[in-house]
Design a protein around this ligand. Structure first.
Ligand code: RIB
Ligand code: CA
Length: 308
């Protein structure tokens, strides 16, 4: 019997975050030993309150309002989040969900993560899909907590490729460059799923319009994607940023990686949030190739998708 694999997602839902959360919820369909045990929220794509409401609403939609959601940072270590309403919509989701009846737990994201990681050393996989403010604040308050995780996968950065917010910076790192640098250059081993591989896994408008699913969660994912495309006729591809990071955490063989030492620009305003490789040997496993076909098959399996 495979040992139980616990997953905690730190997230700013967010359309692609939502798909990643739903992947984790249905993953037991293909691997019963894998379970999402909790979510921590952070501002980023949308304000913290909205990110938290979206996380609660997604869990409730999937019948998992039993899972805890702990609220984290409403602003970065310095400055303010820029939000990404143009891409994610004003509510952060492209498909309206009923107002959740459940509420976030009283513990903060930092308290929840410290408790979970230190109570079950080596058992919880931590997947960070938003700005790294919560992880940075966890490091400050509980210096050994992060190293108690079974693994850490971060969606962020643009390593030696153009950014998606500025020519140099990816959104999560740009949203809180100080926190990103503290986590990425901390020396703690982690896997970085950056734009260079996320841009290789996408789905087109036509394919989405011909998708159907045998499951309610799969139908929600199809609706989320369909509505995202319908928001703007110029949208031709949806890139699976956060879903790929989630998949890599649970199926590491999806990517090839190189061990690098990476820092994040925090002072040069023209390059704020830029991911810089400072050495070809280091604790950061940067994804440098992805099996896009295997990812697509995984997505179809998880969400029971077929073509009309
Ligand atoms: O750059 C992509 C990342 O920024 C994703 O996590 C997306 O949700 C946005 O937060
Ligand atoms: Ca995100």
């Amino acid at each position: 019997m495979n040992e139980s694999i616990k997953v905690i997602i730190d997230t700013d839902p967010g359309v692609d975050d939502a798909i990643a959360i739903l992947m984790a919820l249905v993953w037991p369909r293909i691997a019963p030993n894998i379970e999402l045990v909790g979510i921590t929220t952070v501002g980023g794509n949308v304000a913290l309150a909205r990110a938290t409401r979206n996380a609660l609403a997604l869990l409730e939609y999937a019948g998992r309002q039993d899972l805890p959601v702990a609220q984290g940072a409403s602003r970065p270590l310095s400055g303010r989040y820029g939000y990404s309403h143009k891409f994610h919509g004003q509510t952060g989701l492209s498909r309206r969900l009923p107002r959740p009846t459940s509420r976030a737990i009283n513990a903060s994201a930092v308290e929840y993560l410290a408790h979970q990681l230190q109570r079950q050393p080596g058992q919880c996989h931590l997947i960070a899909l938003g700005p790294l403010t919560n992880l940075s604040q966890l490091m400050a308050a509980h210096p050994h907590a992060l190293s108690q995780s079974a693994s850490i996968v971060v969606m962020g950065g643009a390593v030696e490729v153009p950014g998606n917010v500025t020519p140099h910076a990816e959104f999560n790192f740009y949203s809180d460059p100080v926190a990103a640098n503290e986590v990425i250059s901390s020396g703690i081993p982690l896997t970085l799923v950056d734009l260079s591989v996320c841009r290789q896994v996408f789905i087109g408008r036509d394919e989405v319009e011909n998708l159907k699913s045998a499951s309610p969660v799969g139908r929600l994912v199809v609706q989320i994607l369909l509505n995202w495309f319908r928001k703007d006729p110029n949208r031709q591809l949806f890139e699976f940023y956060d879903p790929l990071a989630l998949a890599v955490a649970l199926r590491p063989g999806l990517i090839a990686r190189r061990q690098l030492e990476v820092v994040v620009e925090t002072s040069d305003l023209a390059r704020l949030g830029r991911s810089k490789v400072v050495s070809n040997e280091g604790p950061v496993a940067v994804a440098n190739d992805v099996d896009g076909e295997a990812f697509a098959v995984l997505l179809y399996d998880l969400f029971e998708l077929t073509r009309r």
